[in-house]
Design a protein around this ligand. Structure first.
Ligand code: SF4
Ligand code: SF4
Length: 209
């Protein structure tokens, strides 16, 4: 049975995504950082995503596209799966373009994932065990920082802790308070597409509760 994403929860996720964008932009503006003109495109980075909620929201976005568009995306997703499996079997990390990227642009920009909204600028995250992780930003951002000659303590950072907490709380609501019972999601976007929308069978422990 499919997990239903209620409109109110989808709206809460949309608001959270907007807050992520604002937090990202406020750092990017200070560093004069943008992806425009970048020789790289991070949409070919191998990222795994971890929430049933973002998975369901992705499918909600997909339903807004035309039949032709979504069929083309699904074909690319299956191809991504085949190719990435072969690369991983050779012990390497895939670098294949995300099936949602068309001519360098995200076709589901408003539904893109948290990782897509946070990668690029320097960031900080304090884990529940109190350990703080620092992320230096992408290579291009690091080049700009070098040119600016900022001391480490003066570098603005995107604080991810509260944003991630909010996402975890929304995920908990989506799974009706039983997040701890569900198998951990660890999927590429391609895999979230080829697997279909998240279902109770993806978290079988929830089925009989
Ligand atoms: S995040 Fe950085 S490396 Fe990635 S596309 Fe943007 S500028 Fe380029
Ligand atoms: S969802 Fe969009 S922004 Fe994220 S990797 Fe795919 S194409 Fe890029």
């Amino acid at each position: 049975m499919q997990l239903i994403l209620e409109p109110e929860l989808a709206e809460q996720l949309r608001i959270l995504y907007e807050d992520m964008e604002r937090a990202y932009d406020s750092v990017a503006v200070q560093l004069d950082h943008s992806c425009n003109g970048c020789p790289d495109n991070c949409c070919d980075s191998y990222f795994l995503h971890h929430t049933y909620l973002e998975w369901a929201y992705l499918w909600q976005g997909l339903s807004l596209l035309s039949k032709e568009q979504s069929t083309a995306i699904m074909e690319k997703a299956y191809q991504y799966e085949r190719e990435s499996k072969a690369i991983i079997e050779q012990g390497e990390r895939p670098g294949i373009m995300c099936p949602l990227n068309e001519a360098g642009k995200c076709v589901l920009y408003s539904h893109r994932f948290m990782v897509c909204r946070t990668h690029g600028v320097p960031a900080s995250l304090t884990r529940p065990d109190g350990k703080t992780l620092r992320f230096p930003g992408c290579f291009r951002c690091q080049e700009s920082l070098e040119k600016m000659g900022l001391k480490e303590e003066a570098v603005p950072v995107m604080e991810r802790t509260q944003l991630l907490r909010r996402l975890a709380m929304l995920e908990q609501r989506f799974l009706e308070g039983r997040r701890h019972l569900a198998p951990r999601v660890k999927k590429t976007i391609a895999s979230m597409l080829t697997s279909g929308p998240p279902e109770l069978s993806h978290c079988s422990d929830l089925k009989d509760k």
